[in-house]
Design a protein around this ligand. Structure first.
Ligand SMILES: Nc1ncnc2c1ncn2[C@@H]1O[C@H](COP(=O)(O)OP(=O)(O)OP(=O)(O)O)[C@@H](O)[C@H]1O
Length: 623
């Protein structure tokens, strides 16, 4: 199989260059489902890659299969052009038929094996990336469950959702395509240059002539494309936000007759998105034709210089054929690298955002876990000179003290922003106080285990949250081991049984997270049933009767009265009618207790509460 110079060089062309096995041709850059190519702080990239590696390592076997099949595919890709050259030089030109079939079969086997390894590589890479992102998603969700309320208060839910979906899908796409392509691009580049050098130094130089131009163009196009894709993502975000706002605020839009103004506004946004979309797509689409043109230019240069060198017996015709193919293989990784770099960057940024969440300190670490009270809780709650601010320098509660004896109903009233909800946030230890103490049955709650503490407290919030599932499952959320009879008993006590029975599937009616077919009041009755089932010693009712009609309100009030019996209850209410029977009404103003006493006592004192009550009475709201 000598590739020495032939005695009589012939002008022959290599015909159509075979495609390499791996799909290494140019693929127009996919619009980043992925969001704009976010900037990656380079100092973090290595660390982030190490952490992705930490997840990848869990799939050790798949990883090895991907790496070895990539190396094998590349080696076979590089071997084929060499064999074609040999066939031309040793069999075609000398008209040597002996062994030609064997060589043909060998070439076929090389292509066949190449295809098989490529398939194996793609299949395993897909499996590897899906396993890895499954593990990341799991880790993220588990971490969300353990993070403190303050973490969620500081971020929008949309942003956190996007970390679990968009960012992780970025990582998955990159693991799936980019990493494999980056490895094989580099191997092909290095390998084809080495193969070319082993055949002819001069021809290698000629082949590489067009490379700097191609690389320059590829880089320029990729940079414009990225810029336009990033703008496209921004405009897309605007359009999505506008649509979402208008759908969720549909009633307001209709009531204020804003339909046509909104349509006009949307038309403008939509037009901006179209304009930048055209630019993004046309720039990314121009990469293919331009790179093809560069490759064809390279073919011409190789053919002309190859012929000249061959006339001078410097190389064989087979070598020209090999070079034509190596130049083909060589140009593709350059496009690949230019294309994949951006995707790779945006995936690293996505992974960084995921790891940022994973790095947040969870709420309950094992060593911090506190103790339990070894007797049933009576529900004696004391706040003593409590100072607290969400930011320590801006206190919301200033030396607040209160006492609730077991079974008492304590009402919290006061202007908006006074700190009523904050008191609840502290009792449940969603936040911890800065000074003073909060005690339940004499025990400082900071020493109690948080899960234990929260088990003792039932929460019925204004924004009654219903999870996707059946009505029964939603009530059972209060106590997972409750049987069907207990669930129904709780519903009866909560005045919810009546409406549930009227639903088409009764307790098995599915409801969705948004509440769907349930009214606000019905959802509230469900959450009361949930609290009944949980049977806590301390109860918190946060403005639970606002925004429902009077009949439902009566239902809810009745249910609440039953629920509060024998439990220490804190009721936050704007409508004073709901708290007239409270044992103690605390008027909170500026983080302090401004007044306290029973309804009658406070009316008599004639201060803030009395004024508010008279005002509401005049409005017909506090009857
Ligand atoms: N998560 C938070 N981070 C920072 N500041 C907060 C947070 N929650 C509440 N605040 C601030 O703390 C103060 C007290 O708020 P809080 O929710 O306790 O008032 P409230 O009396 O319950 O009001 P409303 O009757 O309107 O519900 C307000 O100034 C509010 O802006």
């Amino acid at each position: 199989m000598s590739r020495s110079n032939p005695s009589q060089p012939t002008k022959a062309s290599a015909g159509g260059a075979p495609q390499p096995f791996a799909q290494m041709g140019f693929q127009p850059r996919q619009g980043p489902h992925h969001g704009e190519a976010p900037k990656v702080r380079s100092k973090d990239t290595a660390g982030t890659l190490r952490r992705i590696w930490g997840f990848l390592k869990l799939q050790r076997r798949a990883l090895w299969i991907v790496i070895s099949s990539t190396v094998l595919t590349t080696a076979l890709t590089l071997l084929a052009p060499y064999l074609i050259g040999v066939i031309i030089d040793d069999y075609v030109l000398p008209r040597q038929a002996d062994g030609l079939v064997r060589m043909g079969l060998l070439l076929l086997a090389v292509y066949g094996l190449g295809a098989a390894f490529t398939w194996l590589q793609q299949y395993t890479a897909a499996s590897l990336s899906q396993h890895t992102v499954r593990d990341m998603r799991q880790a993220l969700f588990e971490h969300y469950q353990r993070l403190p309320v303050s973490f969620f208060d500081q971020r929008t839910h949309g942003e956190l959702m996007s970390r679990t979906t968009n960012d992780i899908s970025n990582v998955s796409n990159t693991l799936n395509q980019t990493v494999v392509q980056l490895i094989s691009s580099v191997l092909i580049l290095v390998g084809s240059v080495a193969m070319m050098l082993s055949l002819s130094g001069w021809m290698t130089l000629v082949t590489l002539l067009t490379v700097p131009v191609a690389a320059f163009l590829a880089k320029k196009i990729a940079s414009y494309t990225r810029q336009y894709f990033s703008q496209q993502q921004k405009h897309l975000g605007e359009v999505n936000g506008f649509v979402q706002e208008n759908i969720s605020g549909l009633k307001v839009v209709k009531v204020f007759g804003r339909e046509s103004a909104n349509t006009g506004q949307f038309r403008e946004m939509n037009e901006r998105l179209r304009a930048v979309g055209v630019k993004a797509q046309s720039f990314s689409g121009s990469m293919g034709p331009i790179m093809n043109a560069m490759r064809n230019l390279s073919f011409v240069v190789i053919a002309v210089f190859g012929a000249i060198f061959a006339y001078q017996d410097m190389i064989t015709v087979g070598i020209i054929a090999s070079f034509l193919q190596y130049s083909n293989q060589f140009s593709q990784p350059i496009n690949q690298l230019a294309n994949q770099y951006n995707l790779f960057q945006s995936a690293v940024a996505g992974a960084e955002r995921v790891f940022e969440v994973l790095d947040q300190k969870p709420e309950i670490s094992e060593e911090e876990d506190g103790r339990m009270i070894d007797r049933p809780i009576a529900g004696d709650v004391v706040f003593e000179r409590v100072i607290f601010g969400y930011k320590p320098e801006a206190p919301v509660l200033r030396e607040l003290s209160l006492h609730a004896s077991p079974g008492q109903m304590i009402a919290l009233v006061g202007p908006t922003g006074a700190g009523k909800t904050t008191i609840i946030n502290l009792l449940t230890r969603f936040y911890d106080i800065q000074s003073g103490s909060i005690r339940i049955d004499g025990q400082d709650i900071r020493e109690l285990s948080k899960p234990y503490l929260r088990q003792q407290i039932g929460l019925v919030l204004q924004d009654a949250h219903v999870f996707s599932g059946t009505i029964r499952e939603n009530i059972r959320y209060g106590r997972l081991n409750a049987d069907d009879r207990e669930v129904e008993e709780a519903a009866k006590l909560a005045n919810a049984h009546g409406f549930i029975q009227k639903l088409p599937q009764g307790y098995d009616t599915p409801v969705s997270a948004e509440g769907g077919s349930l009214s606000q009041g019905q959802r509230q009755l469900l959450t009361i049933a949930r609290a009944v089932l949980a049977n806590p010693s301390i109860l918190i009712l946060d403005e639970a009767t606002s925004s429902v009609d009077t009949r439902t309100e009566l239902h809810i009030q009745e249910a609440m009265k039953l629920l509060m019996k024998g439990r220490t209850s804190f009721v936050i209410a704007h409508r004073l009618s709901t708290i007239k029977e409270a044992d103690n009404i605390l008027v909170i103003r500026d983080g302090r207790i401004a007044e306290q006493g029973t309804h009658e006592e406070l009316l008599e004192s004639g201060r803030f509460y009395a004024g508010l009550y008279r005002y509401q009475f005049a409005q017909g709201d506090a009857s």
